[in-house]
Each structure stands twice: as C-alpha cells, then as structure tokens.
Design a protein around this ligand. Sequence first.
Ligand code: AMP
Ligand code: MG
Length: 413
Amino acid sequence: MRATIITIGDELLGGETVDTNSAYIARRLGELGVGVRSMVSVADRPEEISPVVDRAARESDLVVVTGGLGPTVDDVTKQAIALAAGRELKVDKQLLEHLEERFRDHSGVRPGVLESLAAVPEGARTLGNPVGAAAGLALTHKGTTIYVLPGVPHEMEAIFEGSIAAELKGLALDRFRKTRLVRTIGLRESVIAERLQPMMPLGGIALGYLPRTAGVDLRLTASAADEAGADSLLDEAVARIVGPLGQHVFSTEGEPLHTVVGRMLIERGMTIAIAESCTGGLVGHLLTEVAGISASLERDIVAYSNTAKAESLGVDRALIHEHGAVSAEVAEAMASGVRRLAGADLGVSTTGIAGPDGGTREKPVGLVYMGFAWEGGSQVAKNVFRGTREMVKQRAAARVLDMIRCHLLDTGA
Ligand code: AMP
Ligand code: MG
C-alpha cells in the first residue's frame, strides 16, 4: 500500500513555515505499514491543488492532504477537492449543529463562517476534531481514500490519531514496519561505521546514519509480519550494535541526552551545581527540561565576566589574570567553586570562545574548557568545536552533560 502526502499553503512554498506535517504523517504511516511514494506542497489555489489531488488519487492507494481547511479566503482546499472529485460542496447539517453548539458563547463570529466550516464535498465523511473547529474529511475518489486534515499541526495530529490510525490498522497490512533510534555521542560517523562493519548486514533491518549537532543517531528500521516480529528484530540488532559502541550509546530509545542525564541524577539522588560562561545557561536550560530535576539541580550560575567569575564563583582573580578566563585552570576553579558554594555532590562548568570573533592562534574560536568536580576530585575536558556560535554552545553543553553521564556510569554511583 502506497501513499501520497499533499501539504497546502503559500507559507510552505515561501519557506516561512517548515512542513512538519509531512514528516509526522510519513512516520506514522510507516509505523502502520503504509509506504510513502511522494510528498508534495502546493499553493493555496484550487486550480493548482485539484490536478495534484486527482493525479495522486490515480497513482496511490491512499492520499493524505493537510492545510487550507479554515473559514478564511485563503482556505480553498475543500473547493479544490470538490473540483478534483467532481462533487458539489454542501453544508453538513450535523457538523453545522455541532459548530453552532461549540461557538454558542462566541457571539462575535462572522456570519457565514460556520456554514463555510460545515461545507463538505458531497459523499465525504467528517472526522471529528477534538481540539479545533475545522473537521477532517474522508472521501473516496477513483477507488482511493483521500483524507483531508487541517494544517495546524496539533489539530492534524489529533484527527490522525483519533480517526485515521484506527482505520488504517484495520486494513490488515501485510508488513509491519517499526523504527528505533539509537543515539550516540563522542564518535564520528566514519568511526561508528568502521566499528559496526563486522556486524553487517543486520538481518531484516535497514540502518541509517543521522549526524546531529552533537552526536550521531542510528536509525534502525525493521520490517516483519507483525509488531512482535519487528520488535524482536530490533532488540537483536540493538544488542549487536551497542557492543562495539559501548558507553558512546546514551539511549537506545531515542531519548535526548539531557533526559538521560537528568534521570540518572534523580535516580541516584545526586545533587549538581552548574557554572556557565560561554554556554550562557544552556546546560541549565537543558536539565530543567527534565521533570523532577529540582531534586538534583541546586543552582545554575551564568558568570560571563571575570568579575562575575570571581564574585559569584569564588574564582581567584590572580588565576584568571595568569591563565585567562578561557583556560583549564579557570574551568576547574569554576566547577569546584560552584560545587563548594552550593554544597552539591557535583559541579560542572563551561568557559570558551563561541565566536565568530575573539579567537587567537593559541585560543581559537570554538575552544571550550569544561570543568567537572566531585567529592575528592576534578577533571577538565578541552575541545575545539567547529561550527557557528550556536553549534559551539550546543556541542559544549552536550559534552558537559556527557561528562556527568560517564562519571555516573564509571563510578557506578
Ligand atoms: P491552515 O490550515 O492552512 O490555515 O494552516 C494553519 C496553520 O498551520 C498555519 O500557521 C500554518 O503555518 C500551519 N501549517 C500549515 N501546513 C503546515 C505543514 N504542512 N507543516 C507545518 N505547519 C503547517
Ligand atoms: Mg493555510
């Protein structure tokens, strides 16, 4: 079974809005055993949309359309579908009643809006929208099911999950596809490929390399007769690739690094204090994404100037003077200083040159020292990260999080 995804909106073609709907739908269709043969974005014009829909209906077994379902003049998808399928647009009485109920308290609704929202191509079924006004639609044209969904991503997702997923599950598909993301940090793509070479090929699994700003993700896709079969292929493949990659694998379930590290800290009952210079609070921001982190995160101090490093972290001014703010010595003093002041189990720090200016020969752009202090010891990592200012910050923050993770693994704390 093969699908075409059609997304509608001038903002997609103008590059202002990234088409995340196609990605979501393609991923979910894949999980439901439906392969995607093409994706196409079209402008808000019925005469452009209609032939694309008609052609997709001829060439695919399933068509999913998103966008342009609202009541404003730029929302023309329903007219376009009606045109493609040779149907009239008619007000769906039940839908109109539902909308009147929904909008009862909004007396300022422009006349005609509800009628326009309730208009559907003849013969189309409506798919309830639990989180918005525009209902989804399902109709058959040229023997192909066409689903039409609103463009707003969370509304599209709600209708997809509420109505479409169940209908597709009932189609008794012959293959079941499932994907798992194994996430790594600290190894280049080419090194990973070399280490995994002896394991290849992984039976029944397609392996994809996805380099990210900090780390490389491995995407494993299994294809089997049913979900249990796909799961067992994936379990086997994950077990085989984790061996040669060791501690560089931080998740076999697609979780972000900060989630893994935050959970490790909370589970171990360890407290941590952070001192950030070049990452400007990013390490703390990432950890505070994790629910329950207040049990572990004591403080995050952003100390950008030399004065702040001395006053808020107790770093010796002479040390800064002698080695410079971007140095292993100062990184170490920041980490142990913040740990001491906070009375925390662990202290971490960043100090570096994020760029694009400010680099010298000895201290180039991208140079970052990351300090780590614990009861009875400390360590400093030095890296020269490549990339834009933002990438340097992200890479440094990820490296700090990874230092925490490796320490907790190594000490078995
Ligand atoms: P519409 O249903 O066309 O009125 O779209 C409503 C909102 O959803 C707009 O803010 C769009 O930018 C957004 N949107 C529409 N299509 C997509 C898409 N394919 N991916 C992500 N967002 C979208
Ligand atoms: Mg639109």
